[in-house]
Design a protein around this ligand. Structure first.
Ligand code: 5GP
Length: 112
């Protein structure tokens, strides 16, 4: 199967504004931000979508969410922020590589 765009970012085959990286998680700025802060928190393991998470993946997902919370604190999003993951076609998922959007830095509208 072809590598996802996000795996290409992980492998430095395409550029991205990377703000955090560990052995198993990468965080970079969304190329089309929907708010002043719009980060993508992405486990390096190619999990296609939230719906495809298997039991052994949950520690990795927890790590991703811990990093999201830590970055939100560092970025002083004290008034609030949103963590979103789109899973599948009806949710409008564009990149089939599990990621969480961290969105904030302004008052956000309703989710849908
Ligand atoms: P999804 O719709 O899959 O939840 O979100 C995918 C997100 O990835 C979108 O917000 C889109 O703007 C972002 N994105 C797509 N391609 C690239 C890229 O090549 N680089 C970066 N930094 N973000 C991307």
């Amino acid at each position: 199967m072809a590598k996802s765009i996000f795996s290409q970012i992980i492998d430095r085959e395409i550029p991205a504004d990377i703000v955090f990286e560990s052995e198993d998680i990468i965080v970079f700025k969304d190329i089309f931000p929907s708010a002043p802060v719009h980060l993508l928190i992405c486990p390096k393991k190619e999990i296609a979508a939230f719906s495809e998470i298997v039991p052994a993946d949950w520690p990795l997902v927890t790590k991703a969410l811990e990093i999201a919370q830590k970055l939100a604190k560092e970025l002083q999003l004290n008034a609030g922020y949103r963590i979103v993951t789109n899973s599948g076609k009806d949710a409008g998922q564009q990149v089939m590589h599990l990621h969480f959007h961290l969105i904030g830095g302004q008052k956000l509208g309703p989710i849908a």
